[in-house]
Ligand binder design. Structure first.
Ligand code: HOZ
Length: 431
């Protein structure tokens, strides 16, 4: 039988660099042929050979309700009939802003943009403009989109391809980006002692999903907050992945439940808030957000910002997430996946551990969960690749890279989880 995925990949490679429009999709890390998606429904997608997969990527996070959720589909169809893009304000933008401000209490004002990269880049500019300072602190293995200043020791595709700092970024562009080890309180304190007065912001993935899945420890997060406050730097949470994915109030809601009174100063959102459409946002305290043009001197703009079809998709998605018990059910399903995989690996004598929060998870061929990027980097890539392909052959679609988190949707059934664990049992037995 002709492999249509392969045929399409060859055709794509003649026109699109690497055959893909985003590097990690190319399967370069795991080898083999990327699956070209034909259609998707619920927890599944079908590739170009009409082979069905249980999808644990969900468009790298946004599809928290699964593919083609009826309420979302209806909202998108209705919005599309009224027009695709106006480049003028709409009531729906206000409704989405109201929804975001309600769900994420640290956000008093929000601006809508089209991608997580755009949101992260704009948040940094705003933090620098609002504080009048230059330096930014980020952490090894955290990925905040592909804006120049943030492409230093970054996770996701940069880690996958062993190129954590991109070519094409002049040293002077990143000279004010301080890169520290995740979860390292001593380094954090030393950096603030030396550069605190010049630091505009500290940007962090509170649960890092671009070096697989690594949580910021509570003492570390507590110190991040204290030091930012003490030195007048803004604490910026990059919740592109975790926003409304790990819980309705996002990762900051989780940390607020562990650290009394905790909140970041600014938040970057994407993925789930757009429900699968190109939509992202950044928001924070009124006094900071009012520094943005047209009110303030920090410029930021976009023709497709607040797009009417994207906002309809995001709104319908956010409304579904507020159904009672949504996150309890999603968390339980995700936990059962991680527990099932762990038990199956251990039964085969394979070191394995995993973690999850809400509908986001990660797993490692380690006995203990890693705390930073350097430890994540010691993962046995060859073993992961064998596991990956074994699962793929059995119709289970995990991220084709070691450094990416996975995602479960409300459309994944108990039977889907059981089928995944059963497939893993067979694969582990062969590793
Ligand atoms: N940077 C994204 C994962 N962390 C990949 C997005 C994509 O390829 O769609």
């Amino acid at each position: 039988m002709t492999d249509r995925n392969q045929t399409l990949f060859e055709r794509a490679k003649t026109l699109i660099p690497g055959g893909v429009n985003s590097p990690v999709r190319a399967f370069k890390a795991v080898g083999g042929t990327p699956r070209f998606v034909q259609r998707a429904q619920g927890a599944y997608f079908w590739d170009a050979n009409d082979q069905r997969y249980i999808d644990y990527i969900g468009s790298w996070g946004p599809m928290i309700l699964g593919h083609g959720h009826p309420a979302v589909l209806e909202a998108v169809q209705k919005a599309a009939l009224d027009g695709f893009s106006f480049g003028a304000p709409t009531e729906r933008e206000i409704e989405l802003a109201e929804e975001i401000v309600k769900l994420v209490p640290s956000i008093e004002m929000v601006r809508l943009v089209s991608s997580g990269t755009e949101a992260g880049m704009s948040a940094i500019r705003l933090a620098r403009g609002a504080t009048g300072r230059k330096k930014i602190i980020k952490f090894e293995g955290c990925y905040h989109g592909h804006a120049d200043a943030l492409l230093v020791k970054a996770g996701s595709g940069l880690a996958t391809f062993g190129n954590p700092t991109s070519a094409g970024v002049p040293p002077e562009v990143v000279q004010d980006t301080l890169v520290l080890e995740y979860n390292n309180v001593e380094q954090l304190e030393a950096a603030f002692a030396e550069h605190g007065a010049a630091t505009a912001c500290l940007m962090i993935e509170p649960i890092a999903g671009n070096m697989n899945f690594v949580r910021a420890s509570v003492p570390f997060m507590t110190r991040c907050r204290e030091l930012c406050t003490q030195h007048g730097a803004l604490l910026v949470f990059d919740e592109v992945m975790t926003g409304c994915r790990v819980g309705l109030a996002s990762a900051q809601g989780h940390y607020a439940s562990l650290i009394p009174g905790f909140e970041p100063d600014m938040t970057v959102l994407g993925k789930v808030i757009g429900g699968g459409m190109p939509l992202a946002a950044f928001g924070g305290k009124r006094a900071v957000m009012e520094q943005l043009a047209p009110l303030g001197a920090v410029y930021q703009a976009g023709t497709l910002s607040g797009n009417p079809v994207a906002t309809a998709c995001g709104l319908a998605t956010l409304r579904e997430l507020q159904q009672p018990g949504f996150y309890e059910a999603l968390s339980a399903r995700t936990q059962s996946l991680v527990a099932g995989l762990t038990e199956a690996a251990h039964a085969a004598g394979i070191p394995f551990c995993g973690d999850s929060q809400g509908g986001m998870f990660g797993f490692f061929f380690f006995d203990q969960l890693p705390q930073n990027y350097a430890t994540v980097m010691t993962t046995d890539g060859a073993r992961f690749n064998k596991f990956y392909h074994g699962m793929l052959e059995r119709g289970i679609y995990f991220a084709p890279a070691l450094y990416e988190a996975g995602f479960v949707s409300s459309a994944h059934s108990a039977a889907d989880i059981e089928a995944t664990v059963a497939a893993a049992r067979e694969v582990f037995a062969q590793l």
